[in-house]
Structures are given as C-alpha cells and as structure tokens.
Design a protein around this ligand. Sequence first.
Ligand SMILES: [Ca+2]
Ligand SMILES: [Ca+2]
Ligand SMILES: [Ca+2]
Length: 242
Amino acid sequence: MAYFNPIKNQPLGISLASLALGFLLSGTAIAQSNYVAFELERENNWERQLAFEDLNGDELKDIVHGNYQSGVGRELHVYHQLPDGSFSTTAQRIEIKTEIIAVGFADLRPDPGSELLLISNSGVFSLSSALEGYSGNIKQLFDWELIAAVPNLERVQFITKVQDIDGDGEIDLLLPGDGVYGLFKGRGNETFELVSTFSTDNETLAAASRAGGNSGVDARIEINAEQGVVIELNVESDSSLR
Ligand SMILES: [Ca+2]
Ligand SMILES: [Ca+2]
Ligand SMILES: [Ca+2]
C-alpha cells in the first residue's frame, strides 16, 4: 500500500510488509501529477518509530526510523529525500548506543540540517549524522539525571516535540528528572542553561499548569514504553521564561 504525497517534496508515502525496499515512482505519475509515491517495506510493523527530519540540510525532509537487529543492536535508518520527491534506496545507518534512552532532532550545530539529540539517563548529547560514528562527533550538552533509567534495548524512542519554547530561535528542553522537571533554555552554540525546575508532585504541577498563572507554562511530560519520552509544552506569550 502506498500513500500519495500531494505536495512534492513533503514525504508522506510509507508502507510496510516485507524486507523489500523500492519505489513506486512512475513516469506517468510525474507527468500527470505533482506527487511522488515512495514505498518502503519492512518485515515488521513500524510501530511509532518514524520521524521526518531534514538531516542533511537541503531543506527536504528525510525519513528516519528506528531499527533493531540481533547482533547489531539499535540503529537509526535514514532515507534522504531526493530533489524529485523520492528517497534514497539505501539507508544511512547510525548506531544508537545502549545507554541512549531517547532520540530527538534539533538544529544545534552550524552544519546544515538537524543534529541528533541523544538522551541518556545521565545527560543529553548531540551527534551529527554527517560524521561517521561517535568519536570526534558526539558532544555532551549537559548533565541531567533522567527519570527513566533503563533504555529499551530493542526500540529507539523518539522525542517528537523538541521546541523553541520562548521563540528566540534556540530550541529549549524540558526533561523529567528525579522528582523534578528541568527546563533548559537553549543559548546557542550547543549550550543550555537550567533556568528552572518544577516539582513533579501533583500540587506544584497543578500550579505550573495554570494557563496565565505565574509560570505561564503548561507542561505535560511522561515516559512510557509505548511512546518513550513525551513532552508537551505551551508557554504564554508574556511568560517570564523569555
Ligand atoms: Ca534532507
Ligand atoms: Ca545543524
Ligand atoms: Ca528558545
């Protein structure tokens, strides 16, 4: 089964069934429509481990999915989008080391495209997909004792809502820790500053969640086996977080 992309260069076409990987890209489709169909088939269901990010900086979103193979471990497989709206037939493979609990995407380095945001139980790291391997590539951004200590060794958990909370052009991170949430404000050049913490007890969280309240922050965070680290944030425009 293929899904057709009505807007060229905006990837939507994925389906799954076998190990075969191929295109459903016909000259007829190109001549008559402005969409391109791309079919990526896998033996197992995709579950939710799928993301669309521009990792090579050509402003075309690429397909990223988590993969597990016995003896190899967890990897990200990246299919780069091509100028005609189709995707590379061979995946770029990026190892996800066992310490990593969750993976996000953010434009952290001046190199083109988004970098990987790797979250372990003790810190947050950046990694460029343009460089091979971790050596000379991975950079620790800051220490943080994450509430989730045991990564799922067969699944890559994606963080899908990495946001620039205060709109200053730098992404910010709200992470659950041991008894608190930490709000890290992006300062540029891969630097982050812990600007506030929120207690995870119900009383304080309720106060932090009041729209228009003192904090101006409405936060929902959870980590579970199904969705990984889930962070939803809304900040009032006049928030003191600016
Ligand atoms: Ca791209
Ligand atoms: Ca970048
Ligand atoms: Ca920001």
